[in-house]
Ligand binder design. Sequence first.
Ligand code: BTN
Length: 319
Amino acid sequence: MPALLELLKDGAFHSGEKLGEALGISRAAVWKQLQQLESQLGLTIHKVPGKGYCLSQRISLLDPSAIDERFLGLQRIYLSETLDSTNAEALRLISQRKPLPFLVLSEQQTSGRGRRGRTWVSPFGANLYYSLAIQLVQGAQQLEGLSLVIGLAVLRTIEEAGVTNAGLKWPNDILVGHKKMAGILLELVGDPADICHVVIGVGINVNMLSSKDEIDRPWTSLLCETGILQDRSQLASRLNHHISHYLGLHRLNGFTTLMDEWRAADLWMGREVRLSSGVGEVAGTSLGIDERGGLRLLVGGAEQVFCGGELSLRLRDDS
Ligand code: BTN
């Protein structure tokens, strides 16, 4: 991490002279580094004559030594300043046969992946970009409801951070009202009928107040909802804890025993919805989820159940 950023992360003004002294470089070199922070990391730095320089917003940088790895028995945490995508990196590390389970975190993603080919906007130091790689034995069986279970873990992490009105939208979006706060992307390698590896990618909007890149859906963040700048390392630790808890329950009992908990958090149960896939769209009333994590829809008086990660749900009146 650039030492200059460590000095600026408090969001207060620092004079060029003091920064230069602290880093043992000239004021001109400070100026050059400030420009690099802006151009390479996309940070906004205010320059006020007589006061100096400050970040547009205080920033919480990731500190691997502050991330609790006990709960998941992690072999290693891979922390990067910048990556294309933490999921892509986790898949590369799996193909290099790195010991599992491991966690990949990054301060920013340049090609963050969302579901259904979307982009996940991932500015530097603002949010959590988290990919956990684990091995599943008896893959297909363990996959049932897995992404919904991770949704519960993310929801509990968000609640613990002080958001009281978040809920779940099938299959695994975490919303506050109609605004998205977090999303989950599971990517699989290996044989789902035998041993396979799964990358559990979680994106949580944490300290983001605005975005330079356009986000095509209404969104919110922990900071927007609570007014508190979150410690992102602590949040990653809490997510480790909750994912470990729910993965344990899921491994032991399957999805069925978690179904009621998921239903209690389901924001769209009983609502008129549209379900779309790559090929078409179905409109109906959501009856919530079944014991396998599928979505039950009442369509023209008959119940149909839909499964699969490439489906997307909208409210029917949401234009
Ligand atoms: C969604 O579309 O709702 C899923 C978003 C998942 C984003 C996370 S951020 C960490 C991980 N790395 C990625 O490239 N995507 C996931």
